[in-house]
Design a protein. Structure first.
Length: 369
């Protein structure tokens, strides 16, 4: 029987419930404890989900905890990851992997020095819909992919999020907030990015906060809130990519890929499920494709479970640090291209994550290593 990996979580904010709900689905991991800057918040989560509330110092000192999930806000990701690694534990972080390349490299270098593993969200590409799309691409259903589009268009988070200011600071904006979902999904389908060209803009210098639970009434905008780029992949595919917090309503697809033998409609990469549609020349219209893979619910934490699987099984993690760093590198390159008005080559590389086997269902992740 495979060893069960004991997990701790640092950060009990908005996203943590999705992790706390999903992690018990994986028998090869056990959530032992969580901490938060606000002790009352971690205590409330502990009572609700049945784990222990600890201070961060206690959690990092606990010899039973091997893997720590970092759910702090983006500006603290690197510092907390470094603390996790210094404590001799493997680190899995929410997106983004860092705010700049130097921060991401520091984490990878410290992990390598200590013989530890790192990984990072998003893990939605391991969901049933996106693994179905991966299987279609790999089977040649649309031939060689030559082009595509990726659009995330909304009007920001200030109408619903109780503390949205960090979305408009460095490490936020549509590129660093939502870009990781789209870029990770594209790398899963097409492989690494080679070069980018981009533009950016800001519709407002300040955002009015209308969320009922928010304490602040407004916040300054410190990053571009509309980013448009062209991505050239190592495979040769060229994808139009646009992330925006400046759009009231739209009818654009999330992701579409077009190949020499057909086209593929890929659902929202912020979700694990969704509708997959395929078009081939002999069809009259898009055909809805039955999903071939499980994990279609909100399974945030499957990436951490996959990293835990790699610790005991000796197989590469799909949500590994190299993938998370490559996505960070691409986002930094997009920002630089928009600022400089020039093409920017991507220096980092990563492998396409291994696909999940078809038919894999909840609780079976540890069986396929």
């Amino acid at each position: 029987m495979k060893k069960c990996t004991c997990i701790g979580v640092i950060g009990c904010g908005n996203i943590s419930d999705a992790y706390f709900n999903a992690l018990p689905s994986f028998p090869h991991v056990r959530l032992k404890a969580a901490s938060d800057l606000l002790p009352e918040r971690s205590k409330a989560k502990a009572e609700r989900y049945g784990f222990r509330a600890m201070t961060t110092e206690e959690l990092l000192a606990d010899p039973e905890i091997e893997l720590v999930i970092n759910l702090t806000t983006p500006e603290f990701h690197t510092a907390v990851n470094m603390r996790i690694l210094e404590a001799g534990k493997h680190a899995y972080t929410e997106k983004p992997f860092g705010l700049d390349r130097e921060a991401g490299r520091k984490v990878l270098e410290l992990a390598a020095e200590k013989g530890l593993q790192t990984g990072g969200a998003p893990d939605t590409f391991l969901g049933g819909a996106h693994q179905t799309c991966r299987a279609l691409i790999d089977s040649g259903a649309i031939g060689r992919v030559v082009s595509g589009t990726a659009f995330m268009q909304c009007h920001g988070h200030e109408s619903w999020h109780p503390g949205p200011a960090f979305y408009y600071r460095r490490g936020g904006g549509p590129l660093f907030d939502m870009g990781p979902y789209y870029l990770t999904a594209l790398v899963n389908l097409l492989g690494p990015v080679a070069e980018v060209a981009a533009f950016g803009s800001r519709a407002f210098s300040e955002r009015t906060i209308t969320a009922p639970e928010a304490k602040e009434k407004s916040c300054p905008v410190e990053v571009d809130t509309h980013v448009a780029a062209v991505l050239r992949f190592v495979s040769g595919a060229v994808v139009n990519f646009a992330m925006s917090f400046d759009v009231w309503r739209h009818s654009l697809p999330c992701i579409e890929l077009h190949g020499t033998e057909g086209s593929l409609s890929v659902p929202d990469p912020n979700c694990f499920g969704g509708e997959v549609k395929l078009f081939q020349p002999h069809l009259a219209d898009w055909a809805k494709i039955k999903l071939t893979h499980g994990y279609t619910d909100n399974m945030r934490g499957i990436g951490a479970a996959d990293l835990a699987r790699s610790l005991s099984g000796g197989v590469p993690a799909r949500t590994c640090g190299r993938l998370a760093y490559h996505v960070l590198d691409v986002m930094c390159a997009i920002s630089e291209s928009a600022e400089r008005g020039a093409f920017v080559k991507i220096e980092s590389a990563c492998d396409r994550p291994a696909p999940l086997p078809a038919g894999l269902r909840h609780g079976q992740l540890e069986l396929e290593a």
